[in-house]
Design a binder for this molecule. Structure first.
Ligand SMILES: *Cc1c(COP(=O)(O)O)cnc(C)c1O
Length: 363
């Protein structure tokens, strides 16, 4: 079978998203999905869009104008794609495939090395500090481009906008992509900088803060020349990545600012309560501005905790990666879900002796 594969297919190591188990009444905290449903206005817009107009190709112009107004930029500074993963894929090919290696953190969104393999882009990873903070001084070296999420994926740590601005000032010759999948849970968006830095591309998604992971819509904001590059790639691949239903739903999502803000606030409240509870149980929790926390218990093995939680129908994520093998990443659920998780962890800790595997790892 694999004799028919092209050479590049043999070399790929595809990204593996958090699993979608089929389990009744599970508490699903493994994929950073939003525990709250999308805005009722979004659902109404989807119903209304299911009409005879589906015979027509979609048109993005009004939505681009709406999003441009929302972010105070021009429509030609807005790019829309079928998920931010797709927007990122186009970005890697359109802007980050250069002579020099691109730079990103050693612990970050696992899709970046996958895109590099797909497009044969050389990259160098730069180690986060021991506390998992990003040291932007490391990025002041010749490079073909730079990309990191803010807050960072897997860790949840946030960089202040001032540090990002310093990096942009120091590196006018290469593109910086800031992946803001989690920015609405407590960070300040770099979108306000795009009109000052023509080498800044900000990527966002409707999957996390806007509760629409199932809709698959992502976007990028930047200088019109960066957006033009993305459009060239997109129009060489699929000129209509958003269907009419997704366009209507996205417009409604950006219209219902009150609902959006309310969901983000509820997640932040749950996150604060969860972090408190985890620390009381002895967990070390990386400071998070995202809708998840990365945590580790100094005495208990991450995989054993994960297996126990699964037996209680609570699904969390473990990454088999250097430096975080004893960590778990837990998405922020509703207050009730967080309370159930804390109760399960309390039971586990009370019933289990410290684990050799956890104690063996240097702290
Ligand atoms: C979830 C996530 C994405 C992907 O979002 P989609 O729009 O659902 O593809 C991109 N970047 C980071 C850092 C993420 O965590």
């Amino acid at each position: 079978m694999s004799q028919y594969w092209s050479e590049v297919v043999h070399s790929l190591s595809p990204y593996v998203p958090g699993e979608q188990p089929k389990m009744a009444d599970m508490i699903k905290l493994n994929a950073n999905e939003n525990p709250y449903p999308p805005s009722p206005q979004v659902l109404a817009a989807i119903h209304a869009a299911a009409s005879g107009d589906l015979r027509l190709y979609p048109n993005l112009e009004n939505l681009k104008q709406q999003i441009a107004t929302y972010y105070q930029v021009l429509p030609e500074q807005v790019f829309l794609g079928n998920s931010s993963d797709e927007v990122l894929a186009h970005t890697f090919l359109a802007l980050l495939k250069q002579d020099l290696p691109i730079l990103f953190p050693d612990i970050t969104y696992g899709f970046y090395p996958t895109f590099c393999a797909l497009y044969q882009i050389a990259y160098t990873t730069l180690a986060l500090r021991d506390d998992f903070s990003l040291n932007l001084d490391d990025y002041l070296r010749p490079n073909g481009g730079m990309i990191f999420p803010n807050p960072n994926a897997t860790t949840g740590r946030l960089l202040p906008l001032s540090e990002i601005e310093c990096l942009l000032q120091a590196s006018p010759d290469t593109v910086l992509v800031v992946d803001e999948a989690y920015i609405d849970f407590g960070g300040s968006s770099a979108v306000k900088l795009v009109n000052h830095y023509p080498n800044l591309l900000v990527v966002q998604t409707l999957s996390k803060a806007r509760s629409l992971a199932g809709l698959r819509v992502g976007l990028a904001i930047g200088h019109k020349d960066l957006i033009a590059a993305l459009e060239r790639v997109k129009n060489s691949f699929n000129p209509f990545p958003l269907d009419r239903i997704a366009i209507a739903a996205t417009a409604a999502a950006f219209n219902d600012e009150a609902y959006f803000k309310q969901c983000c606030s509820a997640i932040i409240v749950s996150r604060d309560l969860l972090v408190d509870g985890l620390e009381q149980l002895g967990f070390d929790v990386v400071p998070s501005a995202a809708n998840f926390v990365l945590m580790r218990h100094p005495q208990h093995d991450a995989l054993e905790i994960q297996a126990y939680l699964r037996s209680q129908a609570i699904i969390v994520r473990h990454f088999n990666q250097d430096r975080i093998t004893q960590h778990l990443r837990v998405s922020i659920g509703t207050e009730q879900e967080c309370a159930t998780l804390l109760q399960a962890l309390k039971t586990y800790i009370a019933q289990n002796r410290p684990s050799v595997a956890a104690l063996a790892l240097p702290y």
